[in-house]
Design a binder for this molecule. Structure first.
Ligand SMILES: Cc1cc2nc3c(=O)[nH]c(=O)nc-3n(C[C@H](O)[C@H](O)[C@H](O)COP(=O)(O)OP(=O)(O)OC[C@H]3O[C@@H](n4cnc5c(N)ncnc54)[C@H](O)[C@@H]3O)c2cc1C
Length: 412
């Protein structure tokens, strides 16, 4: 990594080593973040660093050559990266959704031909990531439908040797940069209330898709999140994700952590970066007409104390949810914790960055400082699935005893 990198051996790296490595990378990403934000350019240089560090394999188990991170380590790693560049951390999470959702499943226990095909897919995808350094993107959300999988209209149809996909996706991060797009789609005929949604891999360069590059938005401007149109897009039979048809909604309702959980580390990192910036700036600023630092003003101290309290409370909730994913994945308790942490950290960012601007004053809204960018980036948290209102609804439903492992009880 441009000269100063740590010698990396995923096999021997501990959780702390991974977090430290991401901390160092985050510092480097921070230097480039403002430029990418201003230009709306995808941080290819950050991804070159992630590749060089081998970190595309963070969720690949050690026995397959990856880092084998657990969810706590992963969350804390994302936090460090997001402190440097939120857009990089967010898109990196999109890649890890595909890999992490496979690595946690015990495929050895699945018998017969299906088990064998699933293992073949797993072995192939690990090789693509570890040896090929391939990047995977997620193409789920649709115009007017968002991430509500049960309402998706993109269709796949079996044909000789594979499938043909037709449909539109509204927001695909890493558009034009990923090596594979994981496309959510339904079969042409659906007989049940819970549509059998599947994921299919569309390789970069497939002539059956097209992006319209129009991502010019408030925040997360460097994510290259753009609409995709799939027209008679042929994919081979082995492009069916994990060789499994129709399970997406059931998996999502039972274990929503891969769709929701990565965001908690990203948005915690943004809030932490904003807090750290605020403290440093207030230390330097003087109380008008005095030589005293603003950090000595009791009103400022109380406000910063409140920011600290809410930030550290969110951190406990986020780490707690990540720990439950590692220890009690799929339980009602773990799922409620995921919704709670997603809600808390998504709402914290806009609140904290807004107060940070108020306390630091007009100087702090200059583009020369990261605060106004963190303010804009943090605003995207509550929009991403599950949205803040959905998280609240799920927690309320759960409190009233609803079984959210049933897709029909959710808005997915
Ligand atoms: C930076 C960024 C990157 C993204 N990258 C990707 C990507 O790589 N791949 C991908 O597939 N998608 C991506 N998305 C899209 C994202 O995952 C969501 O699908 C999308 O933002 C939701 O769309 P929407 O706001 O139109 O949705 P909606 O689901 O329509 O939500 C809008 C609002 O509706 C309100 N609401 C209305 N009814 C209800 C109700 N019954 N319960 C709860 N709330 C309700 C809520 O306030 C909610 O905030 C990205 C989005 C952003 C912002």
């Amino acid at each position: 990594m441009n000269g100063s990198s740590t010698a990396l051996d995923p096999q021997t790296m501990t959780s702390n080593d991974i977090i430290t490595l991401c901390h160092e990378l985050g510092k480097r990403f921070k230097e480039r973040a403002a430029k990418h934000d201003r230009e709306g350019s995808f941080p290819e240089d950050d991804f070159a660093d992630l590749k060089e560090a081998g970190l595309l394999s963070i969720m690949v188990p050690k026995e397959y050559g990856g880092f084998g991170a657990d969810f706590v380590t992963y969350t804390r790693a994302l936090e460090q990266l997001a402190m440097g560049c939120p857009s990089t951390a967010l898109t990196y999470n999109m890649h890890n959704i595909a890999i992490g959702s496979i690595s946690e499943v015990d495929l050895e226990a699945i018998p017969g031909r299906h088990g064998r095909e699933m293992r073949e897919f797993r072995d192939w995808i690990y090789k693509e990531v570890v040896e090929g350094q391939k990047i995977f993107a997620s193409a789920s959300s649709e115009p007017g439908i968002g991430a509500h999988f049960s309402k998706m209209t993109t269709k796949y149809e079996p044909v000789d040797g594979g499938y043909v996909i037709n449909g539109k996706k509204s927001w695909v991060s890493m558009a034009g940069y990923a090596d594979y797009y994981v496309v959510a789609a339904r079969p042409p005929v659906v007989k049940s209330d819970i549509p059998p949604i599947s994921f299919l891999l569309v390789e970069s360069g497939n002539p059956g898709y097209e992006f319209k590059f129009n991502w010019d938005v408030l925040g997360m401007r460097s994510t290259s999140t753009n609409p995709m149109t799939l027209t008679d897009c042929f994919v081979p039979k082995d492009a069916m994700f994990l060789a499994s048809e129709g399970l997406a909604l059931f998996k999502l309702a039972r274990e929503p952590h891969w769709t929701i959980g990565g965001y908690i580390g990203v948005y915690l990192g943004i809030a932490t970066a904003a807090f750290n910036f605020t403290v440093e700036m207030l230390k330097k600023k003087k109380i008008p007409g005095t030589t005293m630092s603003k950090s000595e003003d009791p009103v400022i101290q109380a406000r910063v104390g409140e920011m600290y309290s809410r930030l550290e409370s969110a951190r406990s909730v986020v780490y707690g949810a990540a720990h439950l994913i590692d220890t009690r994945r799929g339980t009602p308790e773990a799922n409620a914790a995921i919704h709670n942490s997603k809600y808390i950290v998504s709402e914290l960012g806009p609140w904290l960055t807004s107060w940070a601007i108020r306390l630091c004053g007009t100087t702090a809204i200059a583009k020369a400082f990261p605060l106004e960018r963190l303010y804009r980036d943090s605003r995207c948290g509550g929009l991403m699935p599950a949205t803040s209102d959905e998280c609240l609804t799920y927690m309320g439903k759960s409190a009233f005893g609803a079984d959210l492992s049933k897709p029909a009880e959710t808005y997915w």
